[in-house]
Ligand binder design. Structure first.
Ligand SMILES: [Fe+2]
Ligand SMILES: [Fe+2]
Length: 324
Protein backbone atom coordinates (compact mmCIF):
# COMPACT_ATOMS: atom_id res chain seq x y z
CA UNK A 1 0.00 0.00 0.00
CA UNK A 2 1.33 3.44 -0.83
CA UNK A 3 0.59 6.66 0.96
CA UNK A 4 -1.30 9.01 -1.26
CA UNK A 5 -2.19 12.48 -0.20
CA UNK A 6 -5.83 13.54 -0.33
CA UNK A 7 -4.46 16.99 -1.30
CA UNK A 8 -3.64 15.48 -4.67
CA UNK A 9 -7.20 14.34 -5.10
CA UNK A 10 -6.30 10.67 -4.83
CA UNK A 11 -8.18 8.26 -2.57
CA UNK A 12 -6.93 8.33 0.98
CA UNK A 13 -5.19 5.25 2.22
CA UNK A 14 -4.15 6.51 5.58
CA UNK A 15 -4.00 3.96 8.34
CA UNK A 16 -3.75 4.73 12.04
CA UNK A 17 -0.14 3.58 12.04
CA UNK A 18 0.76 5.91 9.15
CA UNK A 19 -1.03 8.84 10.69
CA UNK A 20 0.71 8.24 14.02
CA UNK A 21 4.03 8.32 12.23
CA UNK A 22 3.12 11.37 10.16
CA UNK A 23 2.03 13.28 13.28
CA UNK A 24 5.01 12.31 15.46
CA UNK A 25 6.93 15.52 14.74
CA UNK A 26 3.89 17.64 15.51
CA UNK A 27 3.44 15.73 18.78
CA UNK A 28 7.07 16.41 19.68
CA UNK A 29 6.73 20.14 18.95
CA UNK A 30 3.46 20.37 20.84
CA UNK A 31 4.91 18.42 23.76
CA UNK A 32 7.87 20.81 24.00
CA UNK A 33 5.55 23.81 23.75
CA UNK A 34 3.31 22.31 26.44
CA UNK A 35 6.23 21.68 28.79
CA UNK A 36 7.31 25.31 28.42
CA UNK A 37 3.90 26.80 29.19
CA UNK A 38 2.59 24.32 31.80
CA UNK A 39 3.36 25.65 35.27
CA UNK A 40 4.09 23.16 37.99
CA UNK A 41 1.73 23.31 40.95
CA UNK A 42 1.26 21.61 44.29
CA UNK A 43 -2.12 20.02 44.92
CA UNK A 44 -1.69 20.11 48.72
CA UNK A 45 -1.45 23.91 48.65
CA UNK A 46 -5.05 24.12 47.49
CA UNK A 47 -6.55 22.02 50.29
CA UNK A 48 -7.94 23.58 53.52
CA UNK A 49 -6.28 21.01 55.78
CA UNK A 50 -7.02 23.16 58.85
CA UNK A 51 -10.74 22.50 58.35
CA UNK A 52 -10.17 18.74 58.50
CA UNK A 53 -11.26 16.45 61.31
CA UNK A 54 -10.96 12.72 61.92
CA UNK A 55 -13.73 10.46 60.77
CA UNK A 56 -15.11 7.69 62.98
CA UNK A 57 -13.82 4.16 62.49
CA UNK A 58 -10.52 3.96 64.32
CA UNK A 59 -10.26 7.38 65.94
CA UNK A 60 -11.96 8.02 69.26
CA UNK A 61 -12.39 11.69 68.44
CA UNK A 62 -13.85 10.84 65.02
CA UNK A 63 -16.82 12.97 63.94
CA UNK A 64 -19.38 11.50 61.55
CA UNK A 65 -20.01 13.35 58.29
CA UNK A 66 -22.96 15.68 58.18
CA UNK A 67 -24.26 17.82 55.35
CA UNK A 68 -24.23 20.91 57.54
CA UNK A 69 -20.44 20.74 57.94
CA UNK A 70 -19.81 22.33 54.54
CA UNK A 71 -21.06 25.50 52.90
CA UNK A 72 -20.77 24.05 49.40
CA UNK A 73 -24.04 24.37 47.46
CA UNK A 74 -26.18 21.40 46.41
CA UNK A 75 -25.26 21.86 42.74
CA UNK A 76 -21.62 22.24 43.77
CA UNK A 77 -21.71 18.86 45.56
CA UNK A 78 -23.31 17.13 42.58
CA UNK A 79 -20.84 18.60 40.10
CA UNK A 80 -17.82 17.91 42.31
CA UNK A 81 -18.78 14.25 42.68
CA UNK A 82 -19.40 13.81 38.93
CA UNK A 83 -16.19 15.62 38.03
CA UNK A 84 -14.08 13.73 40.58
CA UNK A 85 -15.47 10.33 39.59
CA UNK A 86 -14.71 11.26 36.00
CA UNK A 87 -11.10 12.00 36.95
CA UNK A 88 -10.97 8.80 39.02
CA UNK A 89 -11.24 6.58 35.98
CA UNK A 90 -7.78 7.72 34.87
CA UNK A 91 -6.32 4.18 34.75
CA UNK A 92 -8.87 3.29 32.07
CA UNK A 93 -8.23 6.50 30.11
CA UNK A 94 -4.50 5.85 30.27
CA UNK A 95 -5.08 2.35 28.98
CA UNK A 96 -7.22 3.58 26.11
CA UNK A 97 -4.86 6.29 24.88
CA UNK A 98 -1.69 4.27 25.49
CA UNK A 99 -3.18 1.49 23.35
CA UNK A 100 -3.89 3.93 20.51
CA UNK A 101 -1.03 6.44 20.77
CA UNK A 102 1.62 3.98 21.97
CA UNK A 103 4.13 4.33 24.79
CA UNK A 104 7.17 5.14 22.64
CA UNK A 105 8.74 8.33 21.34
CA UNK A 106 7.00 11.68 21.64
CA UNK A 107 3.55 10.07 21.71
CA UNK A 108 4.54 7.93 24.70
CA UNK A 109 6.14 10.87 26.53
CA UNK A 110 2.91 12.82 26.07
CA UNK A 111 0.75 9.92 27.26
CA UNK A 112 2.75 9.64 30.49
CA UNK A 113 3.00 13.38 31.09
CA UNK A 114 -0.73 13.82 30.49
CA UNK A 115 -1.52 10.95 32.87
CA UNK A 116 0.69 12.45 35.60
CA UNK A 117 -1.03 15.84 35.24
CA UNK A 118 -4.50 14.29 35.27
CA UNK A 119 -3.67 12.33 38.45
CA UNK A 120 -3.23 15.65 40.27
CA UNK A 121 -6.84 16.52 39.56
CA UNK A 122 -8.21 13.49 41.35
CA UNK A 123 -5.75 13.96 44.23
CA UNK A 124 -6.58 17.61 44.91
CA UNK A 125 -10.34 17.20 44.49
CA UNK A 126 -10.55 14.21 46.84
CA UNK A 127 -8.33 15.91 49.45
CA UNK A 128 -10.48 19.04 49.25
CA UNK A 129 -13.76 17.11 49.55
CA UNK A 130 -12.55 15.11 52.55
CA UNK A 131 -10.89 18.00 54.41
CA UNK A 132 -13.83 20.36 53.84
CA UNK A 133 -16.45 17.61 54.35
CA UNK A 134 -18.33 18.83 51.30
CA UNK A 135 -19.72 15.36 50.43
CA UNK A 136 -20.50 12.09 52.19
CA UNK A 137 -17.12 10.28 52.18
CA UNK A 138 -18.64 6.78 52.41
CA UNK A 139 -20.89 7.39 49.41
CA UNK A 140 -18.02 8.95 47.49
CA UNK A 141 -15.90 5.85 48.06
CA UNK A 142 -18.76 3.51 47.15
CA UNK A 143 -19.36 5.46 43.94
CA UNK A 144 -15.65 5.39 43.10
CA UNK A 145 -15.56 1.62 43.51
CA UNK A 146 -18.69 1.14 41.42
CA UNK A 147 -17.47 3.48 38.69
CA UNK A 148 -13.96 2.07 38.46
CA UNK A 149 -15.31 -1.48 38.51
CA UNK A 150 -17.21 -0.60 35.35
CA UNK A 151 -14.00 0.64 33.75
CA UNK A 152 -14.13 2.94 30.77
CA UNK A 153 -14.15 1.89 27.19
CA UNK A 154 -13.71 4.69 24.69
CA UNK A 155 -16.36 5.11 22.00
CA UNK A 156 -13.45 5.91 19.67
CA UNK A 157 -11.07 3.03 20.37
CA UNK A 158 -11.31 1.96 16.73
CA UNK A 159 -9.50 5.07 15.50
CA UNK A 160 -6.58 7.22 16.60
CA UNK A 161 -7.93 10.12 14.56
CA UNK A 162 -11.37 9.90 16.14
CA UNK A 163 -9.69 9.78 19.54
CA UNK A 164 -7.66 12.95 18.85
CA UNK A 165 -10.83 14.69 17.63
CA UNK A 166 -12.80 13.52 20.67
CA UNK A 167 -10.24 14.57 23.27
CA UNK A 168 -9.88 18.03 21.69
CA UNK A 169 -13.55 18.63 22.53
CA UNK A 170 -13.62 16.57 25.71
CA UNK A 171 -10.70 18.39 27.37
CA UNK A 172 -12.48 21.68 26.74
CA UNK A 173 -15.75 20.20 28.05
CA UNK A 174 -13.94 19.12 31.20
CA UNK A 175 -12.34 22.54 31.58
CA UNK A 176 -15.71 24.27 31.32
CA UNK A 177 -17.36 21.79 33.68
CA UNK A 178 -14.68 22.31 36.37
CA UNK A 179 -14.74 26.07 35.92
CA UNK A 180 -18.51 26.34 36.21
CA UNK A 181 -18.61 23.89 39.12
CA UNK A 182 -16.21 26.23 40.92
CA UNK A 183 -18.36 29.26 40.15
CA UNK A 184 -21.47 27.51 41.45
CA UNK A 185 -19.83 25.91 44.49
CA UNK A 186 -20.33 28.79 46.92
CA UNK A 187 -16.81 28.27 48.31
CA UNK A 188 -13.93 30.48 47.09
CA UNK A 189 -11.40 27.79 48.14
CA UNK A 190 -13.18 25.27 45.91
CA UNK A 191 -13.42 27.81 43.11
CA UNK A 192 -9.67 28.47 43.26
CA UNK A 193 -8.85 24.75 43.18
CA UNK A 194 -11.16 24.06 40.23
CA UNK A 195 -9.82 27.11 38.38
CA UNK A 196 -6.33 25.59 38.68
CA UNK A 197 -7.50 22.26 37.33
CA UNK A 198 -9.35 24.06 34.51
CA UNK A 199 -6.07 25.72 33.47
CA UNK A 200 -4.52 22.26 33.02
CA UNK A 201 -7.52 21.03 31.04
CA UNK A 202 -7.23 24.06 28.78
CA UNK A 203 -3.62 23.24 27.95
CA UNK A 204 -4.64 19.65 27.21
CA UNK A 205 -7.29 20.95 24.85
CA UNK A 206 -4.75 23.20 23.10
CA UNK A 207 -2.39 20.25 22.62
CA UNK A 208 -5.05 18.08 20.99
CA UNK A 209 -6.59 20.95 19.04
CA UNK A 210 -3.20 21.74 17.48
CA UNK A 211 -2.76 18.08 16.68
CA UNK A 212 -6.17 18.03 15.06
CA UNK A 213 -5.15 21.08 13.00
CA UNK A 214 -2.13 19.15 11.70
CA UNK A 215 -4.34 16.14 10.96
CA UNK A 216 -6.63 18.39 8.87
CA UNK A 217 -3.58 19.45 6.86
CA UNK A 218 -2.38 15.88 6.31
CA UNK A 219 -5.65 14.04 5.83
CA UNK A 220 -8.50 16.57 5.55
CA UNK A 221 -11.22 14.17 4.42
CA UNK A 222 -10.62 11.62 7.14
CA UNK A 223 -10.21 14.29 9.80
CA UNK A 224 -13.46 15.97 8.74
CA UNK A 225 -15.28 12.66 9.02
CA UNK A 226 -13.72 12.00 12.44
CA UNK A 227 -14.78 15.45 13.70
CA UNK A 228 -18.31 14.94 12.36
CA UNK A 229 -18.55 11.54 14.05
CA UNK A 230 -17.31 12.62 17.47
CA UNK A 231 -19.35 15.84 17.54
CA UNK A 232 -22.57 14.06 16.55
CA UNK A 233 -22.06 11.19 19.01
CA UNK A 234 -20.39 13.18 21.79
CA UNK A 235 -20.92 12.04 25.35
CA UNK A 236 -18.97 12.89 28.47
CA UNK A 237 -16.42 10.35 29.72
CA UNK A 238 -18.30 10.10 33.04
CA UNK A 239 -21.50 8.80 31.46
CA UNK A 240 -21.25 5.48 33.34
CA UNK A 241 -21.12 7.10 36.79
CA UNK A 242 -23.89 5.77 39.08
CA UNK A 243 -26.84 8.21 38.82
CA UNK A 244 -25.20 10.14 35.98
CA UNK A 245 -28.46 10.95 34.16
CA UNK A 246 -29.98 12.61 37.21
CA UNK A 247 -26.75 14.44 38.04
CA UNK A 248 -26.47 15.61 34.41
CA UNK A 249 -29.96 17.14 34.62
CA UNK A 250 -29.03 18.93 37.86
CA UNK A 251 -25.81 20.19 36.30
CA UNK A 252 -27.74 21.40 33.24
CA UNK A 253 -30.26 23.35 35.33
CA UNK A 254 -27.47 24.54 37.63
CA UNK A 255 -25.61 25.92 34.59
CA UNK A 256 -22.51 23.84 35.13
CA UNK A 257 -22.96 21.97 31.87
CA UNK A 258 -25.90 22.04 29.49
CA UNK A 259 -26.74 22.14 25.79
CA UNK A 260 -26.11 25.88 25.48
CA UNK A 261 -22.74 25.58 27.19
CA UNK A 262 -21.88 22.50 25.12
CA UNK A 263 -22.68 24.32 21.87
CA UNK A 264 -21.29 27.77 22.68
CA UNK A 265 -18.34 27.06 24.95
CA UNK A 266 -17.12 23.66 23.80
CA UNK A 267 -18.01 22.68 20.22
CA UNK A 268 -18.13 26.10 18.57
CA UNK A 269 -14.79 27.46 19.84
CA UNK A 270 -12.83 24.46 18.52
CA UNK A 271 -14.72 24.36 15.20
CA UNK A 272 -14.25 28.10 14.75
CA UNK A 273 -10.57 28.08 15.74
CA UNK A 274 -9.79 25.33 13.25
CA UNK A 275 -11.98 27.01 10.61
CA UNK A 276 -13.54 23.58 10.07
CA UNK A 277 -16.51 24.89 8.13
CA UNK A 278 -14.27 26.88 5.77
CA UNK A 279 -11.97 24.04 4.76
CA UNK A 280 -12.08 23.57 0.99
CA UNK A 281 -10.38 21.05 -1.28
CA UNK A 282 -12.31 18.18 0.19
CA UNK A 283 -13.31 14.99 -1.54
CA UNK A 284 -16.95 13.84 -1.61
CA UNK A 285 -16.74 12.09 1.80
CA UNK A 286 -15.12 15.09 3.43
CA UNK A 287 -17.64 17.50 1.91
CA UNK A 288 -20.55 15.37 3.06
CA UNK A 289 -19.08 15.19 6.57
CA UNK A 290 -18.65 18.98 6.61
CA UNK A 291 -22.26 19.50 5.55
CA UNK A 292 -23.54 17.03 8.13
CA UNK A 293 -21.47 18.72 10.80
CA UNK A 294 -22.98 22.09 9.86
CA UNK A 295 -26.50 20.66 9.94
CA UNK A 296 -25.89 19.03 13.28
CA UNK A 297 -24.55 22.24 14.81
CA UNK A 298 -27.60 24.13 13.53
CA UNK A 299 -29.92 21.53 15.07
CA UNK A 300 -28.02 21.58 18.33
CA UNK A 301 -28.26 25.36 18.49
CA UNK A 302 -32.03 25.14 18.00
CA UNK A 303 -32.28 22.55 20.79
CA UNK A 304 -30.12 24.74 23.01
CA UNK A 305 -32.48 27.68 22.32
CA UNK A 306 -35.41 25.56 23.54
CA UNK A 307 -33.43 24.67 26.64
CA UNK A 308 -32.61 28.36 27.21
CA UNK A 309 -36.33 29.17 27.15
CA UNK A 310 -37.18 26.42 29.61
CA UNK A 311 -34.41 27.49 31.94
CA UNK A 312 -35.47 31.16 31.76
CA UNK A 313 -39.09 30.15 32.51
CA UNK A 314 -37.92 28.06 35.46
CA UNK A 315 -35.86 30.95 36.81
CA UNK A 316 -38.86 33.28 36.45
CA UNK A 317 -41.07 30.82 38.36
CA UNK A 318 -38.48 30.50 41.12
CA UNK A 319 -38.11 34.28 41.33
CA UNK A 320 -41.90 34.68 41.57
CA UNK A 321 -41.89 32.22 44.46
CA UNK A 322 -39.11 34.23 46.06
CA UNK A 323 -36.63 31.37 45.90
CA UNK A 324 -34.15 32.83 43.46
FE1 LIG B 1 -8.51 16.29 34.52
FE1 LIG C 1 -7.25 17.00 30.88
Amino acid sequence: MTITSPHLGSPSVWTDARLLYALEEVVENELNRHLKVAKDWMPHEYVPWGDGRNFPGFFEDGVAWDKEQSKVTEIGRTALVVNLLTEDNLPSYHHEIAALFGRDGAWGTWVHRWTAEEARHGIVMRDYLLASRAVDPDKLEQFRMAHMNEGFESDNRHSMLHTVAYVAFQELATRISHRNAGHQSGDPVCDRMLARIATDENLHMVFYRNLLKAAFEIAPDLTMQAVRDVVVDFRMPGHSIPGFERAAVQMAVGEVYNLRIHHDDVLEPVIRFLKVMEIGELGPDGRRAQEELGLFMGGLNAEAAKFDEKLAARKARMAARGRA
